[in-house]
Structure formats: structure tokens, C-alpha cells
Ligand binder design. Sequence first.
Ligand SMILES: [Zn+2]
Length: 158
Amino acid sequence: MQNILVPTTPAIETKPGWKLAPAAFGKPGNQATVWAECPDFCSENHVDNWTQHAVDLDHWGSDGARWDTDSMHAPAEALLALSARLYLDPTNPDPRMRAATVRIDDESVDVFHTPEMAEQTADELIAFAAQLRHLARQARTFNEGPAEALHQVRGGQV
Ligand SMILES: [Zn+2]
């Protein structure tokens, strides 16, 4: 009996930062699975999430960043959310999209940032967080201030 060796990875070299991953293309019921170049950061299953044409193959990082918040009127509901993932579209006519980008999504609009734009946005979000903390301090000071003390002295009567 002859042993048949099935290679677990193809003997094709990729450029640095890229790997080969199985990808399925075609129409439902008539697909072919081939090895496709995939950036190392890509966590997409290109067989389960097949595309009809090879040019539609794009690459996604795993969920890298996510923030959401509820409201005092709807606790435990994520009413406002932001998430960010790495994204790359190797056949996009825009060369910036053929490089790794950061896709930021608020669940209604998504934007694509170059690394420099993402860094600028991160700096702006840090500034926003500082302003938010300042607003929280102002609200607390007001709530605990003279008006609230007078309200308590009057036994809750205005
Ligand atoms: Zn990929």
C-alpha cells in the first residue's frame, strides 16, 4: 500500500506579512476552493464567507477595538457603539485601500482611515474623553452644590 502525503500548506511562498489561506469562489453549489494570499492580520474564514469573484476578496482583522454605552433610560442596552477593525482590499482601485487600513464603524456609518488618520482620531478621542470627564465633574458639582443643599434643607420641597 502506498502512503499518500497530503501537504498541510502549499509549497508556494508569499511576500512577508502575508500567508496563504483557503478561499472559496464561485456560485452557490458550484464553488472552487483555492489558496489565496491573505495578510497575516486577517481572521476571516474565506471558505465560509466565500465570494463569487476573486476580485471581491477582502481581508478583515479580528475585532480590535469596541466601545459602547447604555443610557440611564435604557440600562444594559448598547445604544451608542463604535468599533474598529483592520481592513484591506487588495484589488481596490484606491491604492490606500490596498494597504492595511483601520475601519471605524458606528453601526450606521463606516469610515476607513490610513494609519495616520487613525492615530489622529485616537488623539481626538482621548481629548473627547477628557472633555467628557470634565462635564461629569461639572454635573456632579452642580448636583451636590448649593442648589441641592437648599433643596435638602427644605425637605425635598422646592
Ligand atoms: Zn484574508
